[in-house]
Every structure is written in structure tokens, then in C-alpha cells.
Design a protein around this ligand. Structure first.
Ligand SMILES: Nc1ncnc2c1ncn2[C@@H]1O[C@H](COP(=O)(O)OP(=O)(O)OP(=O)(O)O)[C@@H](O)[C@H]1O
Length: 383
């Protein structure tokens, strides 16, 4: 066992019938850590959470807690509690009975249950609501009762399956903060499943980004946001603008070859691990700058494209523009709005550009439009 590991998932494979959903997955979580499983719908987040909880049996691999193999243990003997997206409260039971439900199953005495329920109600700000039925609670209160029921049994690991998705946007922000603060206060190890990037980043110490049953990248919110390891992660973390560029590496500089709508650029290579050749470039709308077509030339280290405004919409704080650059539509934010149809330049500082090598093109296959002016032989030699 890894010294730091509290929850250890090794070589975990899970399938439903012939469909393999998780494929040799490895994940280690420290005691007291809050981890978010983030990914698109269907990538296997819930399956992983339910395998850890003991509700789904893996075809291969192991789940261990504090060095003990729990893979074959039933869910109620793993020291874990799962909060469901739907809350799954008993509608006919009061708040107090719902919170005490797990304790009753453990056959604890009435006095012990009452004391623990009162503690949990105080912890979650549910005092005075103990006699109410779930139907007489707000969404946020129901969510807290579900959380209370999970915490009442004093689990070692708290598992949260999209716990905020039934709440409206404003309450969501509040409850997100409450759960984060509570997790830190209790020092409990927790895993949350979400497809909301901001939620994952705001709540978790570590974000695990999943793609088709595998971990695409994991790291602190700052790492996965600012240093995405692949074009997939960059796109998932909001760098939705994509371009194909040709770059040549020489002496610590990345020379971007001029294209039909840009003059190329010389960018510091920084820590990027790139080879000369065609690249996928990704950037966020808020990383770009829009300037009038007659604005002075960009400073060194910026890449600039010319295009025209397709649409402009106010998002609050900034205007988001769709800019037509050749065959591509790119999004860029600006403090003011540009008129639809106006010719503009779209600038991206080199350090805001995420770049990933594309496979070298096969001889004879057409190159993407932005790099079509590079002879194929040169591309092949360079890579
Ligand atoms: N009980 C099941 N039987 C068959 N296939 C299933 C079952 N549960 C999930 N799947 C399939 O397994 C894949 C992963 O599902 P899972 O619920 O783990 O994804 P997810 O990332 O949590 O998605 P979402 O964000 O939509 O909840 C999906 O293709 C889904 O259709």
C-alpha cells in the first residue's frame, strides 16, 4: 500500500453485460482529502463511485480502505455513506427519523439515536425541523437531511453522487460552500461526482477528470485548469476554442508558422513538451483580446488572427463575441461590444495558449486548412 493511501482503487474494471465501463482504473485518496470525479455524461463517474461504495461488483481489481481489501464486503460494512442525487429520503418519515435511519438499522438505543440526531440537526442547521416530513422542506433543506442521514452513521468515507443537481443555481452555490466547509471541519474523506467544472474546482482538493472509463488527468483545481495534459482536458476545462497550427521548435522558442489569417508568432516554449509539427491549439474565450482591425501590431509573444464579428452577447461583466476566422468560429470576450460584421483582430497571449502535438499527417492525406501551406515532406522531416 502507498503510505499516503487511505482509499485505494487498483486495476478496477467494471462492465454491464458486454459493455466495459471502467478499464483498469487506478486511484488513490488520502485521509481527509476531498476528491471530485469530473467528466461528461456516461464516462463512468457514478459507476466508479458505486463500485467504491459496494453497490456495483467489479469484474477485476480491488478497493481497499486503510490497507484492508473491502472489494467483497457488502456496502453497509465498508464504513462509507452515499448521498444520492435524488436524496432518496423516506417520504413518510420525519426529518429526525430519516436522519436516524442508519442508526436504527444498527440497532442502537433510542437515547443514543436521539442524541446523535440532535447533534446532526445542529451541525447542519436543521434545528426545529425534526418533526417535518420531507415534502414540507425546501430543496436545500432536503439535501441537508440526506447529508445528515449519511453523516449520522459516522462514516470514514462520504460519497456524494451529484448531490447539488436538483437545487436551483443560487441555492447550489450556498450548499456547495456548506458541504465544502463541513467536510473540512469534520476532516472526513470525501468523493463527489459531478459534471460541473466550477463545482468540482470550488469544493475539492483534487479534481479527477474522467474520459471513457479512464482517468484523463488528476491534480489540484489550479493544475488541471492551467496545465491541462491533453486537448480533451483543456476542452473540458473550458478552453473550447480550437485551432490547428504548425509549430517549429528551435532554441527554446516555438515558431508558429504564418497562416492565411495570421502572421505567425515566436512564443517562448516555456515548460511545454512539444515537438515540431502540426499542433492543436486551445484557448479560453476570456484569454483572448479583441482589438479593432487598425490597432497597433501585437507585442512579441502574442498570436493574432484577423476575422470579423459574427455575434455579440452580454454575459454580465464582459461581452462574448463569436469571431469568424476563415472556416472557424472562435469565441472571445471583451469589455465592450463590437458590431456584428466588424473586422477585428483576435489576440491570444502565448502563455494562455494550450498546445498539443497532432499525429504527423500521412503522406498524401490533406493537411488541415491552417497548415496546408506547409509541404508534407517538411512536416514529416520536422517531427
Ligand atoms: N445498470 C446499468 N446497466 C447497463 N449499463 C449501464 C448501467 N449503469 C450505467 N450504465 C452505462 O455505463 C456507462 C457509464 O455510466 P455512469 O452512470 O457510470 O456514467 P456517469 O459518468 O456517471 O454519467 P452521468 O453523468 O450521466 O450520470 C454509460 O454508458 C451507461 O449507459
Amino acid at each position: 500500500m502507498n503510505d499516503d493511501a487511505f482509499l485505494e482503487v487498483s486495476n478496477l474494471s467494471v462492465g454491464y453485460g458486454a459493455t466495459r465501463v471502467l478499464d483498469g482504473l487506478e486511484l488513490t485518496i488520502r485521509k481527509g482529502e476531498f476528491v471530485a470525479l469530473l467528466g461528461a455524461s456516461g464516462c463512468g463517474k457514478t459507476t466508479l463511485l458505486r463500485s467504491i461504495a459496494g453497490f456495483v461488483a467489479p469484474s477485476e481489481g480491488m478497493v481497499a480502505v486503510a490497507g484492508r481489501d473491502v472489494t467483497r464486503l457488502p456496502a453497509d460494512r465498508r464504513g462509507m455513506a452515499l448521498v444520492f442525487q435524488s436524496y432518496a429520503l423516506w417520504p413518510h418519515m420525519s426529518v429526525a427519523k430519516n436522519i436516524g435511519y442508519g442508526l436504527k438499522l444498527k440497532r442502537l438505543s433510542r437515547a443514543v439515536i436521539d442524541r446523535r440526531v440532535a447533534e446532526i440537526e445542529a451541525l447542519l442547521g436543521l434545528e426545529g425541523l425534526g418533526a417535518r416530513k420531507p415534502a414540507a422542506l425546501s430543496g436545500g433543506q432536503r439535501q441537508r437531511v440526506a447529508l445528515g442521514r449519511a453523516l449520522a452513521i459516522d462514516p470514514q468515507i462520504l460519497l456524494l453522487d451529484e448531490p447539488l443537481s436538483n437545487l436551483d443555481a443560487r441555492i447550489r452555490l450556498k450548499v456547495r460552500h456548506e458541504i465544502g466547509a463541513l467536510q473540512k471541519r469534520l476532516g472526513i474523506t470525501a468523493i463527489i461526482v459531478t459534471h460541473d467544472r466550477e463545482e468540482a474546482m470550488a469544493m475539492a482538493d483534487r479534481v479527477v477528470i474522467m474520459d471513457a472509463g479512464r482517468i484523463a488527468q488528476q491534480g489540484t483545481p489550479e493544475e488541471v485548469y492551467n496545465r491541462p495534459a491533453s486537448a480533451f482536458v483543456a476542452a473540458f476545462m473550458g478552453a473550447e476554442n480550437a485551432l490547428t497550427l504548425y509549430g517549429r521548435i528551435a532554441g527554446g522558442t516555438l515558431w508558429i508558422t504564418a497562416g492565411p489569417h495570421d502572421a505567425g508568432a515566436a512564443l517562448p516554449l516555456g515548460g511545454r513538451k512539444l515537438q515540431s509539427g502540426p499542433m492543436e491549439a486551445r484557448f479560453r474565450a476570456e484569454a483572448a483580446e479583441l482589438v479593432a482591425i487598425d490597432a497597433p501590431a501585437p507585442v512579441a509573444g502574442e498570436l493574432e488572427f484577423s476575422g470579423h464579428i459574427e455575434t455579440a452577447s452580454y454575459l454580465g461583466g464582459a461581452w462574448r463575441h463569436s469571431v469568424r476566422v476563415g472556416d472557424e468560429s472562435l469565441f472571445a470576450d471583451a469589455a465592450r461590444s463590437f458590431e456584428v460584421g466588424a473586422p477585428v483582430r483576435l489576440r491570444i497571449p502565448g502563455d494562455k495558449l494550450f498546445l498539443f502535438n497532432l499525429p504527423a499527417p500521412e503522406r498524401g492525406l490533406p493537411l488541415p486548412p491552417h497548415v496546408a501551406h506547409e509541404p508534407t515532406e517538411r512536416l514529416l522531416q520536422a517531427t
